[in-house]
Design a protein around this ligand. Sequence first.
Ligand code: C2E
Ligand code: MG
Ligand code: MG
Length: 722
Amino acid sequence: LWVTRDEFIFDDKNMNEEKQLQSRSTARILVALVVDDDISAQVRSTLENTGYTVFEAEDGASTLAIFQEKLPELVLLDVMLPDTSGMEVCAAIRALPAGRHTPVVMVAGLEDTGIISRTFDAGATNVIAKPINLPFLGQRAKYWLHSGALLAGEIRDMQRRLFSAQKFARLCHWDKNLDTGAFHLTCAEPRMFGLTLNCCYDDLFAAIDANKRDKARRQIDEACAADQPFMVEYPVRLSNGESRIILNQGEVILDDVRQQRLAVGVIQDITELKQAEDRIRYLAFYDNLTGLANRTLFREHWIKARSQAQRANRMVAVFFIDLDHFKRINDSLGHPAGDRALVAVAERMKLIFRHSDVIARASDHFTPLSLISRTGGDEFTILAAEITSLDDIGHLAERIIDAMNEPVRIDDQLVTLTASVGISVYPNDGDDIDTLLKNADIAMYEAKRRGRNKYQFYQHAMNEENRLRFLLSNRLRQAIDNRELILHYQPQFSVADGRLTGCEALVRWQDPERGLVLPSEFLPFAEESGLIRLINDLVLQHACQQAAKLVEAGVFAGCRMAINISGDKVNFPLLRRNILRTLTATGLPPEYLEIELTERVMMENISEAKEILQDLKDHGVSIALDDFGTGYSALSHLRLFPLTTLKIDKSFIKHMDDSINGRELLSAIIGIAKCFNLKVIAEGIETAQQMNVLTNMQCDEAQGFHLSRPITITALEELLNT
Ligand code: C2E
Ligand code: MG
Ligand code: MG
């Protein structure tokens, strides 16, 4: 039987009520027939005899009152009522929540045929004619109730399906009749949206955060008034205190039947979607470790900052910040500690930024144009927008440097980090961000050269050389990875008998673009950037491997492979470890290896150098003092360090005839070296005459273009085989 309820709520309580109704033997029928009291009375008794409960009304007003009180399953309604028309009453019933689906059967006189169509417009279910055929009435009533129940069942099933779809899609539907104001909400779990089932249109907006409420409502109202679709997003606070993001999306449609305008909307919980979007945005624009902006966001901000600077005739400063010796933290404390240090640095920068009066601040309506970003390992860049004076920029840079100098606590250690800062300024130092970043980087590099822990403005005078230097060190990094560094070997010969006594491994950069690049062009950068350690190590391994092969081939007896060790600060303990390991790994007996160091390298840490070199020497490795005659050239060093070999620098050879006592000096050096039991090698022999002089001075060995240029391993093998 028909359930006279507006909504179907599928919880147990209501299902039980429904069953109770079904189990009743009689249905309630409301009869409002007034044309003829007789007929009314006859209808009543006919229906009651058939087993129905009947309520009677006399006019439109009482019909509605009784309807609401008794909630009948069927309404029989005269088209002509004393106070109003049946159509009006029918429409009023339909507008009631409980009356939307109740079968309403109109009773019309034959003379009323003209208005039959209007009865249907008013929402009537059926029309019967007067005089009423009483014997059939009971049967008809049964039929109407039955078909009404079927329809109700169908509607209920549809609604059930709709509800579960809504529930799983987390959405609800609302419509508002723009002509009558009637409002309906269909929702499986209205609480999920901060709504209640019997809410009105105003309630739709009740749970929205106060500061967004009026705006959201206005947007929807205005769209409806203009017949426009709408899509409005707003945050709501639910009764459990939870905050969710809601999308209210809809349009205005025309109800063909009633010729009325209907605003229909779907409300959807898009919180998770929003969170996913935010996450994607975060990943695309922010650095995961520090939460700072990444390159992409940095560039986006630059575009805005520049156009604003152009309009306001202001400057934009680009800071390039590189932490000094950051690698040491990673090496000594491990990468996780390194990461924590970076996070600490980022926090510090944020703090400076927040408290700076120089940087253009975000207003309510504009995103801030200034921002800090992390662009790589220990590299940070800052975009400072709307700057009016260079002094301001300088102050900011000082702030950054000062802030960095405060020690950071990482795990249980206090670590002091310093930073080198390079600055370029738009429009002075460049018009596009690539140029500005590059120039700031060059300036940063200059700050490092000046001793680190400093800031430096870019100057055009930081000339080509600097720029190239900078580009080169970057390229070199890649070159090492790409295995573009190769070795050539320069043979060394016995002066007395011309026998080949060994060779010096000399590194070259086989650059795919520039061809063979000599060490003088890239080693200085390698030393400044610390890459030299890697190079020393590569050369050591490679040269030992080759030498081991030569030894194995039986062509290297009595010879040595000499390698150069250089760097800003050579880590001697590490050097010893690497050498001993490499010898073991390659199987090269230590007496085949010679290492060449300059006085400068040894003087950096005299005691360590002495100790470690002595140890290596004890292992059988030869130790050569390279480039003697340049730099210190202190004869006392020959005794101070545990050497085996002295290499006289090529400049000494070249200029031995420039001064009157040049040759004597050379001869004296050779003599003293021999006193110390050192083998003497003269480098840079370019002429037969120089060779003669050295032969006369009883120099032990010679190396130079006159004898052989540095050659490939294949050429060396050939030479050794002849
Ligand atoms: P060095 O150790 O004094 O090496 C000798 C340099 O003199 C080599 O230059 C060699 O090619 C060059 N040379 C040899 N004979 C003559 C000659 O008759 N006339 C002239 N004018 N030059 C001659 P190269 O290969 O350009 O190396 C320059 C410097 O680069 C080396 O000086 C050394 O200090 C450094 N170096 C080269 N290879 C390596 C390496 O593998 N590791 C390290 N750490 N430094 C290296
Ligand atoms: Mg050398
Ligand atoms: Mg040398």
